[in-house]
Unconditional design. Structure first.
Lengths: 424, 424
């Protein structure tokens, strides 16, 4: 079965929004053993839409079309599909009724423009949208089924999960005999990882892939066929041992996900005191439902006065060592932990750039501390030539990893391959 | 001139990363009056790459190819291009020397696999990459110039800005006679905005577009041709008046950008106390370099104990009214402002969901306050049926807008079209 995706919308093509629907869709398909073979993104021009529907329908078995089902004049997927097939649009009375119900339920009058959302090509089969005003539909053209979905992410996702995926599985059967494991690494470049791993001898049917999504590089271990699948666990463990400290998680896409999973409903509590990471650690954790079960507070003490006033850092320490220093960040962590007697506290203080560096402490110098009931661990890392955004992301990741290692009973401060450290 | 983009990489096609390069590129082109007409995304399969290079080279004048120039075995853009053109890959001695220099400068030995990055098709023209190990190149095939760029975002961006854009402008001349203005709206749906605006009579050559990027909808006012361009300012102002409170900025893509621009180096200071928004407000502001000039602190007082201990909220208030209430959020804002005597403080407390709601205060109930030297403004909004993420984003946006309106000397608490409010 050959699956392609067509993404429509000037705002996607013109780059004003990033196409998260496409990434989500491809990822879901992969998890179900289905490869998306090509993705074409086109704007809101009727002729372009007609051309791409006709062209790709000659190559693919199934085409997921996303976007262009809205009520405004630049939404023209249904019209383009009708023209591509040479048939009229037909108003679906059943959907008009649903629209009226939907607006009534939401206490609003239906804008006239929404009627357009009930018009689909004559030969199309309507596809229900239980959470929005755009009805989906599917149409056969040439070799392909074209399956039309709305651009609004939560409407799109529900339609794909509840209707598109079952349709594909029923029509084309289950697919490949493959399995996948993933290792998350921090602090080592892709080519350096690849050099080391490509020297390993891997069983037949096992291949490696890399994805770089800052500050992590994920190593994907693919297995195809029964014997490779049964070797997958052992090979993954072998890679993890080979790489050592830089492997920071498996099967997770970020360290915040790992930390949330470890602390959620664990009875343990965490406070966070951030300076250069500026709320990044806190907001990454709060993004997970249930983080209130362990997160006491996140204190972004951006100014020195705030470090003194809120965290109880001594003005003398700030004078003697500066805000970006081991003594200051240790006092920040101790102070944040003590406020509510949390089990753990993380603290960061650094120079994220692009300005503010000195010869002694250049941009990219970040002090990080972890306070526990037993004591404080700290380190000062060097991240030269990284953007402000990346300095903040790496610093947050190193902080999470210190806590992760402490929770594992491992050494808290370790070397990562290409993250420099100031000697203590 | 017909411009297309080809994005390569299994990790982009398979959705494990979101293609931010594509969005950035298309946006930059649009700002330079150049439309990207189509974007094709393919994985790391040699045959697919060869096919798409050959096929699209028949339709486009210029094709920007992104990705697949790395050192690992799944990087195969150069090889595919050489095969598509039927010519060998040739090692570029000049680039090998650059690679050795690059690694020496970074104090590392060059991994052997990087040599591959100096191989480009025989007829290709090398394109410099001053910040990375992959050299770019361009090749003519059929109608098109194919321009190959690395996937690493900052290498890609520098190559596009310094080399691709000048190449296109020199080869094809400047383009269209167009202009664009943008209005940012909050709290009103796309179809409802469109219904109201499509009833307005607009001058010839002016068209409207909408982009929805939660929690905002941006209205784009396009002008094509001299008379439309000269009317653009007046039309934009007319739309702003027509829509009232829901227009919250112009020419900005978010309210945090607006607030940062207003407070940066203004001499004014801000503290933030967040509960349900969980560091989102703080980290959105800290993302801008220079935010330390006004941001005193951001206190994420997630637990009640932290509200009491850090912000000085009275335990009695929490008992009497609960954490999500006007009295509590007002005390949070007052407390955050008083700590360092900031000019302003914003505070949020709400139920982001998916759990934690009650009949009286369902999920999506959020109390927001702004404290100034003169007093406190507050409101409690209702955001039913929104995701956790969206509740947090809308709440942060409303908080910013309260501050923006205060800075303008306007009423701080107003109705937005479809954001409900509890009566005071």
């Amino acid at each position: 079965m050959k699956l392609e995706m067509i993404c429509t919308g000037e705002e996607v093509l013109a780059g004003q929004i990033v196409d998260t629907n496409a990434a989500w869709f491809a990822n879901l398909m992969m998890e179900n053993g289905i490869e998306v073979q090509r993705r074409v993104t086109v704007g809101d021009r009727l002729d372009d839409l007609i051309a791409v529907f006709q062209e790709r329908s000659l190559h693919a078995d199934v085409i997921l079309v996303n976007g262009g089902l809205g009520p405004t004049s630049d939404d023209m997927s249904a019209e383009a599909m009708a023209k591509a097939k040479g048939e009229p649009l037909v108003l679906q009375d059943a959907w008009v009724e649903r629209l009226h119900d939907w607006f009534t339920r939401n206490g609003r009058e239906m804008p006239k423009s929404n009627l357009k959302q009930a018009m689909i090509p004559a030969s199309a089969v309507m596809v229900d949208n239980p959470v929005g005003t755009a009805c989906g539909f599917r149409v056969k053209l040439n070799r392909a089924w074209l399956f039309f979905t709305p651009g609004v992410p939560f409407e799109f996702k529900q339609m794909v999960e509840e209707q598109f995926l079952p349709f594909v599985q029923q029509s084309f059967g289950k697919t490949d005999n493959t399995a996948l494991s993933k290792l998350l690494t921090l602090g080592r470049g892709e080519s350096s990882l690849a050099d080391e791993l490509e020297a390993m001898s891997l069983p037949d049917g096992i291949t490696l892939g890399y994805r770089s999504f800052m500050p992590y590089i994920e190593i994907k271990v693919f297995a195809r066929g029964d014997s490779a699948i049964s070797a997958l666990g052992k090979v993954t463990e072998q890679i993890r041992r080979q790489l050592g400290n830089v492997v920071v998680a498996s099967g997770k896409t970020s360290l915040e996900e790992e930390i949330h999973a470890r602390l959620y409903n664990s009875g343990m509590s965490l406070s966070v005191a951030e300076s250069c990471t500026g709320g990044l650690i806190t907001s990454q954790l709060v993004a997970f439902p249930g983080s209130s079960s362990y997160l006491h507070q996140g204190l972004v003490t951006y100014s020195n006065e705030s470090k003194v006033r809120v965290l109880g850092v001594s003005p003398q320490t700030l004078d003697d060592y500066g805000a970006v220093s081991i003594p200051t960040v240790e006092e920040m962590a101790r102070g944040a932990r003590a406020l509510l007697d949390s089990d753990y506290a993380l603290a960061t203080s650094g120079i994220a750039g692009p300005d503010g560096g000195s010869e002694e402490k250049p941009v990219g110098t970040v002090a990080i501390a972890l306070a526990t009931r037993g004591g404080v661990y700290s380190q000062m890392i060097k991240l030269p030539r990284r953007s402000r955004d990346l300095v903040r992301k790496i610093s947050a990741a190193v902080a999470y990893d210190m806590l992760r290692r402490e929770l594992n009973g491992e050494a808290v401060v370790v070397d990562y391959h290409s993250i420099g450290r100031f000697p203590k």
